[in-house]
Design a protein. Sequence first.
Length: 280
Amino acid sequence: MAKRGGQGSYVFFSQAMAEKERSKLAISNQLRDALRNHELLLHYQPQYRVDNGALSGIEALLRWQRSDGTMVPPGEFIPIAEETSLIQDIGYWVMKTACAQYSFWLNQGYKIPHLSVNVSARQFHTAGFVQQVEYILRDTGVPPSRLLLEITESVVLENRLESIARMHQLKELGILLSIDDFGTGYSSLAYLRDLPADEVKLDRSFIHTLVHSEQDRAIVKAILDLARVFRFTVTAEGVEEQEQLDILKHLGCQHYQGFLTSRPLPVKALESLLTPLPAS
Ligand code: C2E
Ligand code: MG
Ligand code: MG
Ligand code: MG
């Protein structure tokens, strides 16, 4: 009986695996078309200063709106794109589109201090990546010091020396670098010292438990203290409650983003939120 049960679950397991592979393949095929058919778009989430609530920047976040109107969240397709070379085309499109939009906003008189763009692992390690960024900056006219590229902590940890070398190359363009989802990696905090980064983004998981977990408050405090010594700016992500923001303020966190103040917004919605157009 046990044997039969074991076999049964093996069959079930391999069917489930095959099903998953098929669905991944389907998504990656649809995604290739999505890029061609302009089904990809960017939303922008405002970031604010913790001390006075002023806008400090925006983060471009990728969205896939299928032709039937359904929205596919990035967590469902970016990891699949990452397994193929598709992520390179998508990543290039994101960077170019975000920079063009940002440049347009700056020319229109919108006061947006910086633009953050997420970079995937594979994109970051692509041979011509630094040249791509350089080309896009020149093409769109975005001042390098206003562009902040976000690389997740896990990407840096996986391939530390190579990543640090690549980060130095990017810094030579005059851009800013951010370590995204910080605190979720397995490394000691000391490695922060060697990173040529300008910002760390505190992962949402810590913010979520900030109010009720003394341990997480201690972790956040330790990260903030260390960041201060190493001169990193800290941005907290996923701030949903005033109480979380109060604690972050008390601990000396500089910037935040989160549903408390604003969700990621489509272009038009962001424009109506900001409206700092030349005085009429
Ligand atoms: P991320 O870069 O850490 O982005 C922050 C995520 O947190 C976004 O999810 C945002 O919508 C969400 N968020 C912001 N504030 C709150 C909040 O108060 N509560 C909650 N529950 N969530 C909040 P999103 O847009 O679904 O993106 C998920 C992840 O997908 C991103 O995490 C990033 O890793 C990746 N991603 C998004 N766009 C791109 C892109 O253009 N390129 C690459 N490589 N990755 C991207
Ligand atoms: Mg990010
Ligand atoms: Mg993040
Ligand atoms: Mg995150």
